[in-house]
Design a protein around this ligand. Structure first.
Ligand code: NI
Length: 395
């Protein structure tokens, strides 16, 4: 057994560099599939550390380091690198706010990237101890369908490299730095997307009887969708329907032609997703027709659910206990309904995804993912990078 007791100390030593990288990325966020500057920086940095860097997609990269008997074990570690179309807010991030209007790292992917670069340095330092091959994935486009994970799997690079196991993490505002949350089996839901267009007949607001009001139809549709999970779904089966955007109309005295809606469906299997989707379509079309209008429905298949492999999760637990101590590990009892394109890797390779505690009052890290004030306590990178390094060597 490797002695992991020094890993946290080493991570502490490299912590200032990780902070510097994280803040640099945070100030220069790039949207999904447009992470060109981030990719240039990553390639330079990883090449300097001695990695062979591959670029299977236009953005993002895959870094390979071979140790002794490189074929004997091939372990992949993944970080996602994209930011979100959000206007950033937050006192606690003042020193390193996004310099790009309307784009911000509000999901912690800057932390994931800096954390894995910290691990990359420590792994490179330990190359003489390394048995097998380490594959570091810096993945683009996690936030946007079809998902960079899908594109990377379609490119076939990881299959060619012979990856045998894969680990990934996400910052987690509900636990403190130093803690991790782990779960075998289903961890994250499958997020699908839908779009609805309700067509009515525009007219004067004072003459509704000769118009067909799509706003009234849309309001009834939104209300009706609430009964799908409560009335159509098996009560023991998790599911979510949320309309996240609704737009239509131009003035207080005009009945518009149409209303557009965007929404998401969350589930843990295809049957549930299909059931919810078909009911949304039925409600929208049926209600629109009853009012003399019509509805168009589009479904965009999202990511599969994240299902953690039992054996790889056990390995993670054993190593995490050694690196961080047993008290740092929390077993999650329930899955979360957020989605992750890490699921695409798990369809091919046994793998496990876990949460890295990153919440703290002092750093204002109290907001949920995708909140304009979202922040992750940087201290989580000490534990995160130490654990990723250990997984690279023994996971
Ligand atoms: Ni994320």
């Amino acid at each position: 057994m490797i002695d992991f007791s020094q890993y946290l100390t080493e991570a502490e030593h490299h912590f200032p560099e990780m902070i510097q990288i994280r803040r640099r990325l945070h100030q220069h966020p790039e949207l999904s599939y447009m992470e060109f500057e981030t990719t240039r920086f990553l390639i330079d940095h990883l090449a300097n550390l001695g990695y062979e860097v591959l670029k299977p997609l236009e953005t993002g990269c895959v870094a390979v380091l071979k140790g002794k008997s490189p074929e004997s074990r091939i372990v992949a570690l993944r970080a996602d690198i994209d930011a979100l179309p959000i206007q950033e807010e937050g006192e606690h991030k003042k020193a390193f706010m996004s310099k790009i209007d309307g784009v911000a790292h509000c999901c912690g992917h800057d932390i994931h990237t800096a954390n894995l670069l910290g691990a990359a340095r420590m792994i490179a330092d330990k190359k003489v101890e390394l048995e097998g091959t380490v594959v570091l994935i810096f993945q683009p486009g996690e936030e946007k369908i079809p998902g960079g994970g899908k594109l990377l799997m379609d490119a076939g690079t990881l299959q060619e490299l012979g990856v045998q196991r894969i680990y990934g993490l996400h910052t987690f505002p509900y636990m403190k730095p130093g803690e991790i949350a782990v779960k075998s089996g289903p961890l994250m839901a499958s997020p699908d997307e839908f779009r609805l267009t309700i067509h009515g007949k525009g007219g004067h607001a004072a003459a509704p009887h000769i118009a067909v009001d799509p706003i009234v139809i849309a309001a009834q549709v939104v209300t009706s969708l609430q009964s799908i999970v409560s009335r159509a779904l098996d009560p023991t089966e998790p599911g979510v329907v949320t309309v996240g955007k609704i737009s239509g109309g131009s003035a207080h005295n005009v009945i518009p032609e149409r209303v557009e809606m965007l929404g998401t469906i969350r589930s843990f299997n295809e049957e549930t997703a299909n059931l919810i989707s078909s009911r949304i379509e039925q409600f929208a079309k049926g209600l629109a027709e009853a009012h003399g209008g019509s509805a168009e429905y589009y479904f965009d298949e999202g990511y599969p659910p994240v299902i953690n492999d039992n054996e790889v999760t056990s390995k993670l637990l054993e190593i995490a206990e050694n690196v961080l101590g047993a008290e740092a590990i929390h077993m999650l009892e329930k899955p979360v309904m957020a989605g992750e394109d890490f699921a695409f890797y798990q369809k091919k390779f046994p793998g496990t995804f876990f949460f890295l505690g990153s919440g703290s009052e002092e750093t204002g890290s109290v907001h949920s993912w995708h909140h304009p004030k979202y922040n992750a306590d940087e201290n989580c990178m000490k534990n995160g990078s130490a654990l990723m390094t250990a997984l690279a060597l023994k996971g």
